[in-house]
Ligand binder design. Structure first.
Ligand code: ADP
Ligand code: MG
Length: 539
């Protein structure tokens, strides 16, 4: 008498399988990711069982994952918890997982179903049928007095279960590959896929005997356990850089979202080295399994120089590449991560000025881009700006916050002057009145700063004012030999007649000390440096 039992798939599972088999043609490779994460989950469960003191079958065998390729098949083996007869029936054939219905609904709504979603819905196992026309599962539960079982299905109608006698602990899943999926029997192809998606799985993964995942997911470990060299090695791996990073931020958060993040700032700004626009190299993971490489929307564009990893267990069921940017969860992640990183920079700028100066030298243009383009973080970014100042020696820079601390009570604005150099600043006629009245002026040497100031507009409640436009008088008494008001007016009149249309207006100024004359702008919105920029663009 045969001991083989025939089972029908539950209706929803069959419906799901029909879609998987007939409609999901793209991203077939994700079945590798799904089967490996199931294997890793099973290993994790075994570890948990053991650590809670329960006896397991074959305790001497360590949890691990191995994959082998054959002519037209591929096998995934793990030494995890395995499945009993009851678990095989329940897990691989019924909608024990609430995600099944949600996934079917999503598939029905999407014009182009995205296979990548399958794991998020808790139905990852069935992705095996994207590549296979027959799947065999051999499993032996970790429960000591259990036995081995064989589960076989072609994905249509149902599956069969029979006793499989003496098996080692764990699960062995063999996919008999479809004609158009034979590529997955090639070791090279599989190796690429495993490295891409499962490079950080915490249990050893071997492919045909070769260990693939040698770099650990250190972001999930506690900070004080990790050595400097480990961080650097990890950075070089994920950041594709030969140098060590300039900054590193390793943090975890529980609210409002569960996040584990390990972020790096490279030592150099690659964009400034004449290379193409940098692409964010922060990868998004969910429990150490890659969800999206170079995840778009995780950080604002102006933080595209960051490299590293963000892991969140809170990723929603319906996350896909196309919708990722729009989900409110993604926005929340972005908000939390960005604020945390800005806070980190602020802390660093106070703690270690020398390193911050290095960072600022390389990446200030990104912060400025943020001020101009990102309303939300404008003020936080304002705190990170650094400029030379008339009150500090050449080469020393101040923050706006320190400038404000030095302001006298009668001073209403933060003054800045856009100039090419320190020398030009100090000999500028626009600076004279400030020097005479001992008012601090920030010297801005980067042409971008003009726009930065316009957008930032104010800092800690103080307006940012161009020194070129400031309405200031010299309150000091007139110097000996100075022209009387009437003489000055006559001189102005004569100059206007002589220069005629070449100037708009000539008037006696009260803000000059040494210089005989200065060009003022009649245009409220354009300063001299902006004119210079416009002029250079017209060439
Ligand atoms: P999920 O992993 O989200 O639960 P899957 O469809 O990927 O959904 O897997 C369904 C269930 O099948 C898992 O929850 C697990 O109980 C069981 N399972 C799948 N693969 C294995 C395995 N290799 N070892 C033990 N159990 C497994
Ligand atoms: Mg799974």
């Amino acid at each position: 008498m045969s001991t083989t039992e025939k089972h029908h798939f539950q209706a929803e599972i069959q419906q799901l399988l029909d879609i998987v088999i007939h409609s999901l043609y793209t991203d077939k490779e994700i079945f590798v990711r799904e089967l490996i994460s199931n294997a890793a989950d099973a290993c994790e469960k075994l570890r948990f069982t053991q650590s809670s003191g329960q006896p397991v079958y074959q305790p001497e065998i360590a949890p691990a994952i191995s994959i082998t390729t054959q002519d037209d098949a591929i096998t995934f083996t793990d030494t995890g918890v395995g499945m009993t007869h009851g678990e095989l029936v329940e897990n691989l054939g019924t909608i024990a997982h609430s995600g099944t219905k949600a996934f079917l609904k999503q598939l029905a709504e999407d014009k182009k179903p995205d296979a990548k979603l399958i794991g998020q819905f808790g139905v990852g196992f069935y992705s095996a049928f994207m590549a296979a026309n027959k799947v065999t599962v051999l499993s032996r539960s970790a429960i000591p007095d259990e036995q081995g079982w064989r589960w076989i299905s072609e994905g249509t109608g149902g599956y069969e279960i029979e006793p499989a006698g003496d098996l080692p602990r764990g699960t062995k899943i063999t996919l008999h590959l479809k004609e158009d999926a034979k590529d997955f029997a090639k070791a090279d192809t599989i190796e690429q896929i495993i490295k891409r998606y499962s490079g950080f799985v915490q249990f050893p993964i071997e492919l045909n005997g070769k260990r693939l995942n040698t770099i650990q997911a250190i972001w999930a470990r506690s900070k004080n356990e990790i050595k400097e060299e480990e961080y650097n090695e990890f950075y070089q791996y994920v950041g594709h850089d030969h140098d060590n990073p300039l900054y590193r931020l390793h943090f975890t958060a529980d609210a409002p979202l569960s996040i584990q993040a390990l972020l790096f700032v490279p030592a150099r700004n690659f964009e400034s080295m004449g290379m193409a626009r940098t692409e964010s190299e922060v990868n998004l993971y969910c429990r150490k399994v890659l969800i999206q490489a170079k995840a778009k929307g995780l950080f604002p564009e102006w933080l595209r120089f960051l490299k590293g990893v963000v892991d969140s267990e809170d990723l929603p069921l319906n996350i896909s590449r196309e919708t990722m940017q729009d989900t409110s969860l993604m926005k929340k992640l972005n908000q939390v991560l960005t604020s945390r990183f800005l806070k980190f920079l602020e802390e660093q700028s106070e703690k270690d000025t020398a390193t911050y100066e290095k960072f600022y030298g390389q990446f200030n243009r990104f912060l400025k881009e943020g001020i101009v383009t990102d309303f939300t973080h404008k003020q936080a970014l304002g705190k990170l700006l650094r400029y030379e100042s008339s009150m500090l020696e050449k080469g020393k820079q101040t923050s706006l916050a320190d400038y404000v601390k030095r302001m006298g009570s009668e001073q209403k604005e933060i003054y800045y002057l856009i100039v090419p150099s320190r020398e030009a600043a100090e000999s500028s006629p626009y600076f004279e009145v400030f020097k005479e009245r001992k008012l601090e002026v920030l010297f801005l040497y980067d042409p971008w700063d003009e726009f930065v100031m316009e957008h930032l507009h104010e800092f800690e409640g103080k307006n940012l004012g161009s020194a070129e436009k400031a309405e200031l008088d010299l309150t000091e008494a007139k110097k000996e030999g100075a022209l009387s008001d009437e003489e000055a007016q006559n001189l102005a009149k004569w100059i206007k007649e002589t220069l005629a249309d070449r100037v708009g207006e000539v008037r006696a100024s009260k803000r000059l000390v040494e210089s005989p004359a200065v060009i003022m702008d009649s245009d409220k919105f354009m300063t001299s440096s902006m004119r210079r920029i416009m002029k250079s663009m017209k060439k």
